[in-house]
Each structure stands twice: as structure tokens, then as C-alpha cells.
Design a protein around this ligand. Structure first.
Ligand code: SF4
Length: 469
């Protein structure tokens, strides 16, 4: 899928231990594995002898962390790291994370994946009391509230606990003080956060693919609402905010955001994508000669479709790996022209065939139109489009860039109109009923962009900042 939905952010953290591990290089490798979650900027903050050293900038991990820049950071003892795609705030260096703040009790660094839905209300309240923000990111609001609550708390953990009563929305947080590493996940668990072990150190990341990159072993997911604090190797779990709400893991993590080699909330993403393909066939059986997937995130569902249907899987589209993700480019004109550069059709797989084309979703429709045209030009006899996500009918308020209703293809057109505009012989989307069955058991998902059932209800569609519990 190209130029449709931007990713959200990725976090990583590593606790201290008495060893000679180079935690800067370890964080760098983990960020590399999480690069798909954000390409705008990245940073690593290291706690060295109780002083916090930070390096961050706009750009990809490989661009920001040259050897020279990595060498600027001390190699011990605790670190937190972040890759950013900004769903709130401008793309400038100040908004790149981790954020480091000074407060009465010392320093604190924080990195955040997700999006607060009451960010503006909180910001307005704080600004009316004279507070000046350095960034436009909601993460700074969280950092400020924690430091404010720290003044009336006996520990940083208690301050975070208090802050979690004030902030609403999606957040997976990694926080570092001069002595502790603390992570927290919002009570509904919108965004993933997993825990692992690397020798004597605890590691945390948005996805387990970061653990594979550093040879860490996976332990479990951080529970929705859980706060975990690590101090001198000792782990403390605080569950005051757990089990308050139904879990609302973003179901689109399974279909698109997360890497297929990752495990989130104990679900193998790869299995979920294969399952989506199976459902696409069983929901609407057709006859065809070949099933192909749009690289990369449509491939596994195409394989699942092929297994369920017995229709041959073919490599019908080849992706040029040596080009940046088109959705990094801000202008629509640039995005459109780059589709052809990014994808090429394997004519021998397509020509004269009835083709089932599987993509992970259709958001604005522009890319899908171009891909179908590529197949038609290559001589496809029939094109049957299948989307492994249901129709996008609603915006997302929880840390992704799913568009406003006026830009969503499925909001502007009926299914029949979409079929005509795409120039396909048939068009089907995975049903909302089955999207929650992609894992063995329905653990509780957010499906709001498809179903309109918001775990935190918007008061109005237009105002992203006015949502109610
Ligand atoms: S609205 Fe959609 S993209 Fe946003 S969290 Fe819910 S399922 Fe995920």
C-alpha cells in the first residue's frame, strides 16, 4: 500500500545492568527494526551517571545516526528511543522525541506512541495558567502533567498514575529518570507495547521485531493500563489503571502498521494477515486464474487467499526497493507519479488472466486506480479487487493519519461507484464482522475507522480535540 495511511511512531527502551553492553548501538538497531512505524525523525536518550544525554533529528535512522553521531552518546546505562511519524504537531526538530524536561526533582526523558484525544483541552488549560510549550506535540503535555503531578507525589510512578487519570486516548510511553526506567500503556491498549529481556536487562518496544534485531527474548505484552518500573534491575508492576475498560487494540496494527514478523498482544501479525486473505475468499468466492498482492502489506493476504481458494498465487507486482516511501512526500502530485516508479507489473503473470488483486486497504483510492491501470495495460482479462481491511468510513483519533471523511474514498462513493472508478470487474472489502476474528480469540479491538464504534466517543466529527469518555 502506498500513500494512503501514515504510520504512527515506534518506541524502544532498555534498562540498566552491570555489563558492558553498548546500549546506544542496541537502541540504534532496535530503531532500525521499527523504522516502518515512522520516518520523519528519530532520537536516542541515554542516562549516563544520572545525567541525560540526547541526540535526535529529522530523518531516517540511517541518516540521523551516523557513526559520528552515535559516538556522541555515552554507551551506558539506561536508554529510551523513538522513531516519529507526527500525527500531532509539526515536523520540526523540536517535535522529534525523546523529549527531555527539567523539573524540581531532576530530569525526565519521555517518548510516546499514540495520540491524546484531550490534548487541546489540556493544553488550553495549562496555557491559561501561563505555561509556555516548546513543541506542538501532545507528548509535551504528558511530560508537563507528569512533572506537575510529581510535586504532589512520593514517586515518579505515582505521578504517572495520577497523570493517567487526566490524559485520555492512545499512549504507549517510555520514560526515563536519572534512576529509573518506566513504561506505561493506556487503559484501552490502543497501541502495542511489548516487554522482553536481553541478558539481565529489560527491554520494551512497540513490536517484537525490535527484540529480534538485538537478540532479546520476548516475555509478554505490557497490559493495557499497566505501569512497569525498573529500578536497579528490580521490576515493579502497577495495575491501578488495568481492567477498567474493554481492550481496544487498533485492529489496523494487524493489517498494516505492524511488521508481519512481529507479535503484538500475543498475536502473530503474519497469521492475522493470512487469515484476512482466507476471509476475503470465503466471504465472496469467485473463479480466477491468479491471485496477486500489492507489495508489501497485501502479499500475505494474497497467499492466504490462494491457500483458501486453490487459485495460484503469483508475483504480479514487483516493488522497487530503492525508493523512499511515497507517503513521506508531502505533495499529492509527487505521490501520484511515484506509484509507477515504485511498482512494476510482471506481464507474464498477468496477461490474459483473470486476476484477483489484494491490497491491505483503500483509503483515498488514487493509488488503487493507478495499480489497476497497470494491470489492465499489462493485458489482465479481469481484475477483481479485494481489500483486506473493511471500508474506511471514519477518521482515526488515536494516533494514525487516517483522513477526514471528505477524503475517504468509501465516504464519497457507493461501492458500485468505487468499482466503476477503479475500473475493476468486482470489488470486495473484508467485513467488519470478520476483522475482529483475525486472531484466534477476539481480544478486544478498536475498529472505529471501519465501524464508527469509537472506544472513546467523539462529540463531533470535526473537532478531534473534543471527545468524551
Ligand atoms: S480508528 Fe482505526 S486506525 Fe484508529 S485506532 Fe481505531 S482501528 Fe486503529
Amino acid at each position: 500500500m502506498f500513500n494512503k495511511i501514515k504510520e504512527e511512531c515506534g518506541v524502544f527502551a532498555i534498562s540498566e545492568a552491570e555489563d558492558d553492553l553498548d546500549i546506544v548501538n542496541t537502541s540504534y538497531l532496535a530503531l532500525y527494526a521499527l523504522q516502518h512505524r515512522g520516518q520523519e525523525g528519530c532520537g536516542i536518550c541515554v542516562n549516563n551517571k544520572n545525567s541525560l544525554a540526547l541526540y535526535k533529528d529529522i530523518g531516517l535512522v540511517s541518516e540521523v545516526f551516523t557513526k559520528r553521531n552515535l559516538d556522541k552518546l555515552p554507551k551506558t546505562s539506561i536508554a529510551i528511543a523513538h522513531v516519529r511519524y507526527g500525527t500531532t504537531g509539526d515536523n520540526n526538530r523540536a517535535n522529534v522525541q525523546p523529549l527531555v524536561v527539567n523539573h524540581k526533582e531532576g530530569k525526565m526523558a519521555l517518548a510516546h506512541n499514540g495520540n491524546l484525544v484531550n490534548d487541546h483541552t489540556l493544553r488550553d488549560k495549562l496555557e491559561s495558567k501561563g505555561l509556555i510549550f516548546q513543541t506542538t506535540s501532545d507528548s509535551e503535555v504528558i511530560a508537563y502533567l507528569i512533572t506537575k503531578n510529581r510535586l504532589k507525589s512520593s514517586s515518579i510512578e505515582e505521578a504517572i498514575e495520577k497523570t493517567m487519570y487526566e490524559i485520555k486516548g492512545a499512549y504507549s510511553l517510555v520514560i526515563m529518570t536519572p534512576y529509573k526506567l518506566i513504561v506505561a500503556r493506556d487503559p484501552r491498549g490502543f497501541r502495542p507495547l511489548v516487554m522482553g529481556k536481553l541478558k539481565d536487562r529489560y527491554v520494551f518496544a512497540s513490536e517484537t521485531c525490535a527484540f529480534d534485531a538485538i537478540n532479546a527474548s520476548y516475555i509478554r505484552s505490557v497490559a493495557p493500563g499497566e505501569i512497569i518500573s525498573i529500578n536497579k534491575g528490580q521490576l515493579k508492576s502497577i495495575k491501578t489503571h488495568c481492567n477498567k475498560y474493554k481492550r481496544s487494540l487498533c485492529v489496523f496494527e494487524l493489517l498494516y502498521f505492524s511488521r508481519p514478523d512481529s507479535k503484538i498482544d500475543d498475536i502473530d501479525v503474519l497469521d492475522a494477515r493470512l487469515k484476512a486473505g482466507e476471509f476475503l475468499y470465503t466471504e465472496n468466492k469467485i473463479e480466477a486464474d491468479v491471485v496477486i498482492g500489492v507489495p508489501d502489506s497485501g502479499i500475505l493476504s494474497a497467499i492466504g487467499y490462494s491457500r483458501a481458494s486453490g487459485i495460484n498465487y503469483g508475483v504480479g507486482l514487483i516493488k522497487n526497493k530503492y525508493i523512499g516511501r511515497t507517503f513521506i512526500q508531502p505533495k499529492q502530485a509527487q505521490r501520484d507519479s511515484s506509484v509507477q516508479i515504485k511498482l512494476n507489473v510482471v506481464k507474464s503473470v498477468i496477461e490474459g488472466k483473470r486476476v484477483v488483486l489484494i491490497d491491505d486497504s483503500i483509503v483515498r483510492g488514487t493509488t488503487s486506480i493507478r495499480i489497476v491501470k497497470l494491470l489492465r495495460d499489462a493485458g489482465a482479462k479481469e481484475v477483481h479487487f479485494r481489500s483486506s481491511a473493511p471500508m474506511f468510513l471514519n477518521p482515526c483519533y488515536f494516533g494514525t493519519d487516517i483522513d477526514s471523511k471528505e477524503n475517504l474514498f468509501a465516504c464519497k462513493h457507493t461501492k458500485e461507484e468505487m468499482k466503476d472508478i477503479l475500473n475493476v470487474d468486482s470489488l470486495e472489502f473484508l467485513s467488519v464482522e470478520n476483522v475482529v476474528k483475525l486472531s484466534k480469540e477476539n481480544i478486544g479491538y478498536c475498529t472505529a475507522c471501519f465501524s464508527g464504534n469509537y472506544p472513546i466517543k467523539p462529540k463531533t466529527e470535526r473537532s478531534k480535540s473534543h471527545l468524551e469518555q
